[in-house]
Design a protein around this ligand. Structure first.
Ligand code: TXA
Ligand code: MG
Length: 331
């Protein structure tokens, strides 16, 4: 595509990224806070704007599988041929909500990877993002575009609400389809390991790879190191209002005056409350995932005393939903 074929918004955003500026952009998962992954000053600003600990590495976004391979240093892999085969086996998930961790080439700056030797890479499934990445002609590091520890944004307005003037431009691509952050899988060792659960599940990865995949297990120690996902940090994705999971509700405990409720379908027993969000008529997990973060944000703005949220089986996409909810409910 010629530059003139892109919308003026995308041309503007790509120009800013190339100048080392910060551009929030839509993906199928959540909005990202993008910066040139080869520009240390731009990357340091991302950490500053988010209030993110410098020990938490960023995900780098690329527009194609060829580009993804380009930023991996196969010579530093324990088994370069195996790594290459595994990436080929995962290729059909892209563009999509999957990030892979592998040894990085030097071109990706160390700050972006929290000083580590590895990089998480993904190809987002969103036309505007893919066009932006293609036109920028540089790998784009993009954490979720929210202040560290708050709920990830699933609309451009969420980004403006949280980060306002701290970002140079917000590219508006509507609401995100998936609504939960990508699955992060490490391909550094013989057994692929899920570091953060998402819409691409362990069993989907096992089928594609033809080998055992170590599924994500919540950990109780809260150590942060560049090789662990901060997804492993206990508290994360938290609204300011206390969140209580409905299956933890003790009937004997009196509820505070102003309670909001997030229901997964319209069949669960209603509670008599101030504000109710129903995420899906039929309890469909994809719909629940897509609507969850916006519902948490909306209720968080109402100055309620408590938000009660339904729960689901932690299986498939339900594992990612329950992972985010358990973290949101940690005080
Ligand atoms: O869906 C997504 O992945 C979104 C959109 C914008 O693409 N991005 C996102 O980025 O969620 P962030 O920064 O909020 O989360 C990045 C996750 C963290 O859990 C981080 O620890 C992990 O990816 N990660 C990044 N680089 C890593 C590395 N080299 N090794 C291990 N984990 C890594
Ligand atoms: Mg995040």
């Amino acid at each position: 595509m010629h530059t003139d074929d892109y919308t003026p918004e995308i041309q503007h955003a790509a120009r800013l990224l190339r100048e080392g500026k910060l551009v929030a952009f839509p993906t199928e998962t959540v909005y990202g806070l993008g910066a040139d992954a080869t520009n240390p000053a731009a990357i340091r600003r991302v950490f500053h704007v988010k209030g993110r600990p410098s020990s938490n590495p960023l995900i780098v976004h690329v527009p194609s599988f060829t580009e993804l391979l380009r930023y991996i240093d196969f010579s530093r892999s324990k088994d370069p041929a195996l790594l290459h085969n595994r990436l080929k086996a995962l290729e059909h998930f892209w563009p999509g909500p999957l990030s892979v961790v592998a040894p990085r080439v030097r071109e990706i700056c160390a700050d972006s990877c929290a000083g580590g030797d590895t990089v998480a890479l993904r190809i987002p499934r969103h036309d505007m993002a893919l066009q932006l990445l293609a036109l920028s002609q540089t790998p784009i590091a993009a954490p979720s575009a929210n202040p560290s520890m708050y709920i990830s944004p699933t609309t451009a307005q969420h980004v403006r609400d949280n980060l306002g003037d701290l970002v140079d431009y917000v590219l508006d691509g509507g609401a995100c389809d998936v609504g939960l952050e990508s699955t992060v899988v490490s391909l550094l060792d013989e057994i692929p390991t899920i570091l953060r659960p998402g819409a691409i599940t362990a069993s989907m990865l096992e089928t594609a790879l033809g080998c055992k995949v170590k599924d994500f297990a919540p950990r109780d120690d809260a150590d942060i190191s560049p090789l662990l996902s901060p997804g492993m940090l206990e508290k994360h994705y938290s609204p300011n209002t206390p969140v209580i999971l409905r299956d933890k509700l003790d009937n004997a405990t009196p509820l505070p005056t102003r309670v909001g409720v997030i229901r997964f379908s319209d069949t669960t027993e209603p509670l008599n409350t101030e504000a109710i969000k129903i995420l899906s008529r039929s309890g469909d997990l994809s719909e629940i995932a897509a609507n969850l973060f916006a519902a948490l944000r909306d209720l968080d703005q109402m100055n309620l005393d408590m938000i009660i949220v339904d729960t689901c089986e932690p299986v498939g996409l339900g594992a990612a939903i329950m992972d985010r909810l358990l973290r949101a409910s940690k005080r």
